[in-house]
Ligand binder design. Sequence first.
Ligand code: SF4
Length: 399
Amino acid sequence: MTTTSPELPTAPGKRSLSLYILGTQSDLHSERGVECPGDLPPASDPGLVERARRAKEALGSRVFVLGHHYQRDEVIQFADVTGDSFKLAKDAAARPDAEYIVFCGVHFMAESADILTAPEQKVILPDLAAGCSMADMARLAQVEDAWDTLADAGIADVTVPVTYMNSSADIKAFCGRNGGVVCTSSNAQAVLEWAFRRGQKVLFLPDQHLGRNTAVLQLGLGLDDCVVYDPRRPGGGVSPEQLRAATMILWKGHCSVHGRFTPEAVDEVRGRIPGVQVMVHPECQHEVVLKADQIGSTEFIIRTIEQAPAGSSWAIGTELNLVKRLAANHPDKQISFLEQHVCYCATMNRIDLPHLVWALESLVAGEVVNQITVDAETERYAKEALQRMLDLPGETSRD
Ligand code: SF4
C-alpha cells in the first residue's frame, strides 16, 4: 500500500480539507469543522475529465469503477455502477473478470469489496484519507474491552454482537467470531429479529441511532430497553445492573452527517414549505426520525423520489451530494436539503477527479496505488458475519 498523493492540478481557489476534521471519538456536539453553508466543494479542473476518460478507456474491462451515492458528480460520471456500500460490494463480486476494482467511496467499503471479491482482484481506494468517522468510533480493542465488561456482568453468552455495514473489517470479524452478524440500513429489522432468536440481548455497533431507531420503531422495544455504552468511559459509563437490565446495548457512535439533522429543522421546513414531506435516513437521531414522514436507506430514498408524483415537495435528511443530484434529476418535484447547517460528508468527498485520474493513470502505467487488503484471518471471520446476513430469507434481493 502506498500513501503517495496525486500531483494533479486542482481548480483555482479549491479549499484543501484537512485529514482528520471530523470528531472521531468525540461527542456529536463537540465536533468541529462539520458545518458548511449548504454548498458542495468546488469542482476540480474540468481538464481532468478527458484524462480520466482516456485512462478508463485504456484499461477497458480490466477496471470496474464503483461510485457510492454520496460521491461528487465529477466522480460519479465515471462509475460503472452506483449504489450503497453493500450493493457496490456485491456488484464488485459479480465482476470476477475485472482485475482492478476502483472504489469511489470510503475505506470500510473498499475493505468489504476486498472481502467479497476474488483474491486476485485488487481493490483500490483513490484517496486513503477517505475514511468514515462513524466506523472509526468503534476500534477493535475498545470492542474487546466492552465484551469483557459484558462477560464480567455475566451477559456475554446471551448477547449477540451486530455491526452495521459501516464498520471496519476487524469489527465485522469480531462479530463473526462471536456468533454475530452484519446489517445494513435496509435489513436492520430482519437482522435484529434473527439476533433476538439467538440471544436475549444485542450489542449494536457502531451507530447508536440506527440501533435505537430499529429497536424502538420496528421491533417495538421501549427507549428504556436501550443503554448506551460509551467506550471512552470506564465500564462503558454504565453499571453491570444497567447492562443486565437492557435489551439493546448501543455503542456510542454516530454519523457525522446524519447525526447533525435536528428536530427544529423539521419544524422549520414544515413551516416554510406547505405540504412538504420529510424523509430521513435511519442514521438520524431518534427525535428527528420521530418527526419525519418517511424513514429509509439511501436506496429507499432514491426509489421513493423516483416514484413520487410530479409537483410533490420533499425535504430530505441525507448526504448533500445525493440530495442535490436527486433535485437535478427530478426537476418536476421540489426537493430540498433538510438543514442548511449540515455539511456534505467530508471524507466521502476526499475522492475527487485528481485522485481518480491518479489512480486510473497509475494502473495504465502498471502501478497499483492505494490497494486495500484485508488479512486472511480477518476476512474469514468477517465473511462469516456477512454470510449470516446473506442467509436471511429474501436477503439477496433486498437493497
Ligand atoms: S455519511 Fe456518515 S456513515 Fe457515511 S461515510 Fe460519511 S461519516 Fe461515514
